[in-house]
Design a protein around this ligand. Structure first.
Ligand code: DX5
Ligand code: ZN
Length: 217
């Protein structure tokens, strides 16, 4: 299976999100990744649910929300109400992991859990039966344009194996520092979703970029 590509709006021109979404719509990517940061869980601060509300009718692509916020149980409902498709939050940000995963699913959306580079898979092993997506950070959460931490890929490989062993069907997503020159190792690891911000928006030919990181050309 070729990986799904999810360009991150964090790397877009914040003065023209409509144009950025239009570029993603035309690129062949299947998802749009929204990096939501609260300045507490990570040092950076981005945007809230109103951005999704205003962009929802501009794209039929999957809206993949990545909450890098403390107390994600408080803010997740607002993103569900404005049309998010996937809601992923950090295992490090709440004690209510199981509760929030089931709440997201009960409200008809896909539930994801994310782990930062320092966090072991053990932190989420207990909830693998209750997720639709496991997001392995391949950079420290908070900023785009960072260098890939290759060791993090081992966690993605292990999650692919555990999924087979346990007979589960969640997607394995990776996020941070992904670009054309390093994308083969993600495909070889069996990763299902490639989140890419700066490399996507810096590419002159976005359709060719998407095809290349999918391994199609
Ligand atoms: C980092 C975000 C990533 C980031 C990816 O905290 O979660 O989604 O925007 O951007 P690049 O591809 O530039 O590393
Ligand atoms: Zn992200």
């Amino acid at each position: 299976m070729k990986p799904i590509v999810a360009p991150s709006l964090l790397a877009a021109d914040f003065s023209n999100f409509t144009n950025a979404v239009d570029e993603i719509n035309k690129s062949g990517a299947e998802w749009i990744h929204f990096d939501v940061m609260d300045g507490q869980f990570v040092p950076n601060l981005t945007y809230g649910p109103k951005l999704l509300a205003d962009l929802r009718d501009k794209s039929r692509l999957t809206f993949d929300v990545h909450l890098m916020t403390l107390k994600p149980e408080h803010i997740a409902p607002f993103f569900i109400d404005v049309g998010a498709d996937f809601i992923t939050f950090h295992a490090e940000a709440t004690t209510q992991i199981y509760h929030l995963l089931t709440d997201i699913r009960n409200r008809g959306k896909k539930a994801g859990i994310s782990i930062a580079p320092a966090t072991s898979i053990n932190a989420i092993e207990g909830v693998l039966p209750f997720i639709d997506l496991a997001l392995v950070m391949t950079v420290e959460p908070g900023f785009g344009g960072q260098r890939l931490i290759p060791e993090c890929l081992d966690k993605a490989r292990k999650l692919v194996k555990m999924r087979e062993e346990y007979g589960l069907s969640f997607l394995v997503s990776t996020d941070g520092g992904i670009k054309e020159s390093n994308s083969a190792q993600f495909r070889d690891a069996g990763v299902d979703v490639l989140v890419t911000g700066s490399a996507f928006f810096q590419s002159a030919d976005k359709q060719a970029f998407v095809k290349k990181i999918k391994g199609l050309i």
